[in-house]
Ligand binder design. Structure first.
Ligand code: PMV
Length: 346
């Protein structure tokens, strides 16, 4: 990945030194899921994963490191962040300070153009954008690999929002070896994610707590042992633009992750009755010849992965199934990037 020229703001006229940069990153949807860590302290995942970036869903984050600040500050969608979000971002800023050798505090302002905490990974785009802006503001010319490994420390799936298009995150066995890389560009295969949003509520158990519970399921060991095989099948199908090959392995992998969640102690049920109704309808539509399959993250909303030619029909069928379903459509997205002042309107 090639990042545009760093954008630094240095304000010394007022005798205060500040460094500013703004970055945008897209959310991503995993075809082969990350669930569980072998080292939760540094978010070293139990298995490798594979995803597609989502062009329509992004976070835009401005970071200003300043000598004048005694504490970090965080605004999300123009409002002061809730304590839990603030603590998580501050922990990531601590990681970045340690890596970059800085003691400056940061003023962070992050805007998402989609609902947070409803099974559409806002943490992936948020921590990817934060990592790119924060490191660029300090003038660090990090490689895409280094950025991906650093973003991973904030939220595992954020590692996959650094590279463009279709992305593989190799688990690795050490901090610097666990990063994501693009396997195909966004225009390689025109897929769409047609997201059936059936609930915008904040999820009851976040993914950090969910990952921690994964090993309490007797199914997790088998899921992890067999993940590499599914990843190879999915990767092969993407590279061959083979929808019939991709659909069953994407659904199987989502079902397996949810089987682990449901059999964790305590059990985690993210599906709602409506989620299951949509999943069964998607399978029926596929039998009728529509290019569509489903996958669900840690939430009830159903991501319907479609051939672009079938996306409008799938959106219409979802509305027919239940007019209360809100539909968000996204094509394949690019990688994280720095923004110039002129690109920043959301
Ligand atoms: O990055 P996290 O900690 O929010 O974990 C993401 C977990 C899933 O979205 C459920 C699966 C994945 O691979 O994105």
């Amino acid at each position: 990945m090639h990042l545009p020229q760093q954008q630094l703001g240095l304000r010394i006229g007022t005798m205060v030194t500040e460094f500013t940069a703004t970055a945008r990153a897209h959310s991503n949807i995993a075809f082969i899921k990350y669930w569980g860590n072998r080292d939760s302290g540094i978010r070293l995942p139990a298995n490798s994963s594979l995803s597609m970036n989502l062009a329509a869903l992004h976070s835009t984050t401005r970071v200003t490191w300043s000598e004048a600040l005694a504490e970090d500050r965080l605004m999300i969608n123009e409002e002061p962040a809730a304590p839990a979000a603030f603590l998580r971002v501050r922990a990531h800023l601590d990681t970045l300070r340690a890596e970059l050798g800085s003691t400056l505090r940061a003023d962070v302002s992050s805007n998402n153009n989609f609902p947070m905490g409803a099974g559409i990974a806002s943490s992936a785009s948020a921590f990817a954008a934060l990592t790119v802006a924060a490191t660029a503001a300090l003038g660090m010319g990090l490689s895409a690999r280094e950025l991906s490994a650093l973003a991973r420390r904030g939220s595992g799936s954020a590692a996959r929002s650094i590279p463009a298009g279709f992305v593989e995150w190799r688990a690795g066995s050490a901090d610097k070896e666990s990063y994501a890389e693009s396997i195909a560009s966004p225009d390689y295969w025109p897929l769409e994610d047609v997201i059936a949003v059936i609930s915008r509520d904040h999820k009851h158990v976040g993914s950090t707590a969910g990952h921690a519970a994964a090993d309490t399921s007797i199914l997790q060991r088998v899921r992890v042992e067999t993940a590499a095989d599914r990843l190879e099948r999915a990767k092969h199908a993407i590279l061959a633009r083979d929808f019939e090959g991709l659909a069953p392995v994407v659904e199987e992998d989502s079902n397996l992750m949810h089987a682990v969640m449901m059999t964790s102690k305590p059990s985690l049920f993210y599906w709602l009755p409506k989620s299951l109704r949509i999943m069964l309808a998607v399978q029926e539509w596929r039998r009728q010849g529509v290019k569509v399959c489903y996958t669900l993250d840690a939430g009830p909303n159903v991501h319907c992965i479609c051939g672009a030619e079938d996306a409008a029909a799938v959106a219409a069928r979802l509305k027919e199934l239940d007019s209360d379903i809100e539909v968000i459509r996204s094509s394949v997205g690019g990688g994280a990037q720095l923004l110039n002042a002129s690109d920043r309107s959301d």
